[in-house]
Write a protein that binds this ligand. Structure first.
Ligand code: SF4
Ligand code: SF4
Ligand code: SF4
Length: 319
């Protein structure tokens, strides 16, 4: 498995570095207005909030409401409806995703005009506020790529899945933070926003990319078939940024005293976010799996022990 990781990493470097360098030397440095245009491209801004803009905004608000409702209700069905909507609407129809380009804009403190990009501000505002309130809810069900890989994980046979040894997993999660620093430093030095094409796969929803980009994406998706949520857990720069922001989470996941020894939630977590009684807020995407168990009176040892104690109290004493 270690060698598989090394091969994937080598492929990543082999394909991306020369391309980025070539593109960098061939293109002049981008101006601030180019950057603005790239950021605005995500939302395809209209000159005014006309009827189609209002429809877009309404659908976005409805989608985000569905995501929050599914989360608050802990409804698995609604969660999957949200994920399918994320892939279809946020991904293929609108291309509405938080990207490393937005981190570049944040560094330059350069944002699109509010009156022409209300949907953009709604999505960014929702992402930041929901992350501070609950953690990486954006990753758990709003991001189209994350939803796609989670749906793949549901559909593909579990016997194909390979679990990385814990010692590799525990170290590999830091790769995304290294990439975050490296890409932001690269941008600071070169002002090259186009590097996003090689460090995140979100462009795939536009169905247009170079042969190198499609090859990388194919390698990434193939790896994801065997290692669940591979990109999200180990490589995503946006996920790393949101993971850092998650340390401010107000409403974390509660734990019972029995969680000190019980391993049920640990095994249930697809994101490797539970270690013993502790939940790593930066890795958790609020997928609901452990919270459903937490409230499950038929499976969670906390409730089973309470049930047993109550049953004992109810047994009438022998005369
Ligand atoms: S980690 Fe990245 S790709 Fe995965 S869901 Fe989060 S933002 Fe999307
Ligand atoms: S099943 Fe219950 S006791 Fe066990 S880890 Fe989960 S919440 Fe804790
Ligand atoms: S199972 Fe629990 S800890 Fe793991 S990602 Fe889901 S909500 Fe977070």
């Amino acid at each position: 498995m270690r060698s598989a990781l090394v091969v994937v990493a080598a492929l990543f470097c082999f394909f991306t570095v020369p391309d980025v360098i070539a593109q960098d030397s061939a293109s002049p440095a981008l101006s601030l207005s180019d950057l603005d245009a790239l950021i605005a491209q995500d939302e395809a801004p209209q000159p005014t909030l006309d009827q189609s803009g209002i429809v877009d905004l309404t659908i976005l608000v409805a989608f985000l409401s569905l995501a929050v409702l599914s989360f608050l209700m802990k409804s698995t069905t609604l969660k999957y409806v949200t994920m399918v909507s994320a892939v279809v609407y946020m991904g293929f129809m609108k291309g509405n995703l938080v990207s490393v380009v937005h981190l570049f804009a944040l560094m330059e403190w350069s944002f699109p005009l509010f009156q022409y990009n209300i949907a953009w501000y709604v999505l960014m505002g929702f992402t930041v506020v929901s992350t501070v309130l609950w953690g990486r809810l954006y990753c758990g069900r709003i991001c189209a790529f994350g939803s796609l890989t989670q749906l793949m994980d549901r559909i593909l046979p579990s016997r194909w899945r390979v679990e990385l040894p814990p010692w590799i997993d525990r170290r590999a999660i830091y790769v995304k933070y290294v990439l975050l620093v490296a890409v932001l430093a690269y941008f600071l030095v070169t002002k090259d926003t186009l590097v996003y094409r090689y460090v995140e796969p979100f462009w795939m929803f536009t169905l247009s990319g170079s042969t190198v980009m499609w090859s990388l994406l194919a390698a990434l998706l193939l790896t994801t078939v065997f290692i669940r949520n591979f990109y999200c857990r180990y490589l995503c720069i946006v996920g790393a940024g949101l993971g850092l922001l998650s340390n401010l989470t107000v409403f974390g996941i509660k734990r019972w005293q029995q969680c000190n020894t019980c391993k049920l939630c640990d095994k249930e977590c697809e994101w490797g976010a539970i270690q013993g009684p502790k939940i790593s807020v930066s890795e958790c995407v609020r997928c609901d799996d452990c919270e459903i168990l937490y409230n499950d009176k038929a499976r969670c040892p906390h409730w089973l022990m309470i049930g047993k104690k109550e049953a004992k109290r109810e047994i009438p004493k022998a005369p």
